[in-house]
Design a protein around this ligand. Sequence first.
Ligand SMILES: *[C@@H]1O[C@H](CO)[C@@H](O)[C@H](O)[C@H]1NC(C)=O
Ligand SMILES: *[C@@H]1O[C@H](CO)[C@@H](O)[C@H](O)[C@H]1NC(C)=O
Ligand SMILES: *[C@@H]1O[C@H](CO)[C@@H](O)[C@H](O)[C@H]1NC(C)=O
Ligand SMILES: *[C@@H]1O[C@H](CO)[C@@H](O)[C@H](O)[C@H]1NC(C)=O
Ligand SMILES: *[C@@H]1O[C@H](CO)[C@@H](O)[C@H](O)[C@H]1NC(C)=O
Ligand SMILES: *[C@@H]1O[C@H](CO)[C@@H](O)[C@H](O)[C@H]1NC(C)=O
Ligand SMILES: *[C@@H]1O[C@H](CO)[C@@H](O)[C@H](O)[C@H]1NC(C)=O
Ligand SMILES: *[C@@H]1O[C@H](CO)[C@@H](O)[C@H](O)[C@H]1NC(C)=O
Length: 599
Amino acid sequence: MHHPSLLFFILPLILPLSASWPPSHQSHFTKHRRKSTAPPQEYVEVTRPLPTDSLPPSCTLLILSHSFGNTTDLPPTNTTYSPPPDCTWSRAVLHLSASANGSQHDRMAAVWLSEAELLRTSTPAPSADGVLWNVRKDVTRYSSLLRQSNLTLSVMLQNSVTDIYTGFYAVNLTVLYYSIAGNANTINAGSLPISLFPPNQKPTTGKFQSGPPPPKPKNPLKLDENPADQIIPISATGEEGFWFKIESGLDAVHQGIQIPLNTYRAVIEVYVSFHGNDEFWYNNPPDTYFESNGLPKTGSKGAYREVLVKLDDDIIGSVVPFPVIFGGGINPLFWEPVVSIGAFDLPSYEFELTPFLGLLLDGKVHSFGFGVADALSFWLLDANLHLWLDNGAVKVQAGAIKFESPSSCLERESNFRQLDGEFEIEAKRENEFKGWVYSSAGNFTTSVFTELEFENKVKLNKNGTEKEVEQDVKETKRVEIKDYKGNVVSTLRVERKYPLRIRSSSLPGARRNTSLVTTKLEQEVKEQEEDGNSKISLVNRLKSSGWMFAQGEDVLSGAATTSQKYQLQGSVCYTRRVLANNGVIQTDTEGFLCQTATS
Ligand SMILES: *[C@@H]1O[C@H](CO)[C@@H](O)[C@H](O)[C@H]1NC(C)=O
Ligand SMILES: *[C@@H]1O[C@H](CO)[C@@H](O)[C@H](O)[C@H]1NC(C)=O
Ligand SMILES: *[C@@H]1O[C@H](CO)[C@@H](O)[C@H](O)[C@H]1NC(C)=O
Ligand SMILES: *[C@@H]1O[C@H](CO)[C@@H](O)[C@H](O)[C@H]1NC(C)=O
Ligand SMILES: *[C@@H]1O[C@H](CO)[C@@H](O)[C@H](O)[C@H]1NC(C)=O
Ligand SMILES: *[C@@H]1O[C@H](CO)[C@@H](O)[C@H](O)[C@H]1NC(C)=O
Ligand SMILES: *[C@@H]1O[C@H](CO)[C@@H](O)[C@H](O)[C@H]1NC(C)=O
Ligand SMILES: *[C@@H]1O[C@H](CO)[C@@H](O)[C@H](O)[C@H]1NC(C)=O
């Protein structure tokens, strides 16, 4: 193994060492490099192009152009949004284009429209030469808001500018509007209950296609293909951003909402990110380990977190969030210039609430609440309630058929001697909800089955200087809609796995508070989606390895390699492979061929 010369210059100021010691428990670092004459580098999150990327937009609207300097403790920046006049569109894409003009920490940001979150994102950790990056997200699911005029659009990016961290973040936000024939959203809302019927569309064979993929076949159960008629935000007041801050496992946030009586479908979409002492929750040995070794425990409580979604105090869904790693996380050199999976476009999590409409359609206010099991400070969380409304003559009626109250189990095993040991957590949660909805489209029964499996193993060796983290999360979800005769009219099955592997060793350096940290990391999203007509599978695998020489939380030198393979297969196919070495992209190739056998 050779380590090419990626050497940084040491700046005189040394930040205090993170309180969690030994070094293998410290995970957030900062790079210091003196300004060179190099132009700002472009950072990327490896993903696929949007189906609309190859099309000319019908309209383009710049909605915000703002530079975020010292925004500590400031409220979000607001502007007024109105869609472009006389524009026909059925799909919308939010484009965030941003740059930093100096060295800075990675920062969290979000975009809200009328208090409903559209995008949760993070910045890279730029060095003195600055960086730039672009994020494109399909926001068609928020069409009902995007069609309204004079709404408040808010952007929060809490930055702090000092003599050392001089970087301002300049952000441009643009909405691109596309007109695509056959999109559900061009149909008048009055006929929408009909869209619960499956589309008359057969998947096309995608072999030997060239060019970007065409729009996917429509599934009415998917938010982006059948946007809601109304979106009600479940969010905080806005002075500190519209996200709720959760600081402990006992914190619960909730909001009372009375939904319209003509609602025939409801989905709750949750945005969540973890920071501060919980930024690396999956990395944590339990409290007893820190206590019996006499170590301070700022980031502990073990390695299990679960975001709970509650309706009137009953848990109706939960998610173990995908472990997004921000620009300064684990080894910041890994994320130059390929950022971790989800860092620029954090995933949101959907829960089908239609089976609960029997409960919700009583004309009363119901409480929608959230908590994070075992949370440490802090988590940022908010949600959007997507509602589909029936404008037909019949009053929507609904009733419960089956609520299998969530069954769950959690097992923890600890085994350690002094600083070495092994800690294991296994958890499982299952639930099944079923209810009928009688709307002007008829009487339909919606069944939702979800299963969540979680496994985390943290191993410490060599007197606590070697650490191994193995985490596996598997989520299975099935939604099925049947008509009154029992015929299945729509289905959606999603299986999602996201394994994480981190192996690191930390050796003390000769100078005080210095250490040499060597790390190997693997992060992956594996997703399978089936809707009766078509099947899509995604494998997005990132591998990083490298070393860094750090003093406290400052990275002084190091080397890193990151490779990523993004492979989508279905009625359309897309493959992208990227290899980055020491901050430079070596290869970046893409293809649109479908493979006959899965690799
Ligand atoms: C940034 O803002 C904070 C809070 O308003 C303030 O305490 C701090 O002095 C500001 N820093 C600079 C460099 O202006
Ligand atoms: C934002 O837009 C302005 C005007 O078009 C442009 O000068 C600037 O470079 C853009 N900034 C970013 C970060 O894209
Ligand atoms: C939006 O606000 C402007 C200025 O206050 C006003 O002229 C316009 O009529 C409003 N549009 C709508 C649709 O309310
Ligand atoms: C970065 O941009 C801000 C805002 O445009 C400006 O005030 C600041 O001086 C710039 N800093 C550097 C180091 O260029
Ligand atoms: C933006 O709007 C929110 C919500 O109304 C408000 O709390 C915040 O103070 C506003 N921001 C600014 C800079 O005025
Ligand atoms: C709708 O169907 C369900 C299940 O088949 C039945 O229990 C319910 O009574 C029906 N509702 C109406 C209003 O017909
Ligand atoms: C293990 O680490 C602790 C704390 O860093 C240290 O005090 C102890 O001497 C080490 N033990 C061995 C055998 O190296
Ligand atoms: C080294 O770390 C110790 C303990 O974390 C801290 O008290 C001390 O200030 C640090 N020294 C330097 C030079 O950073």
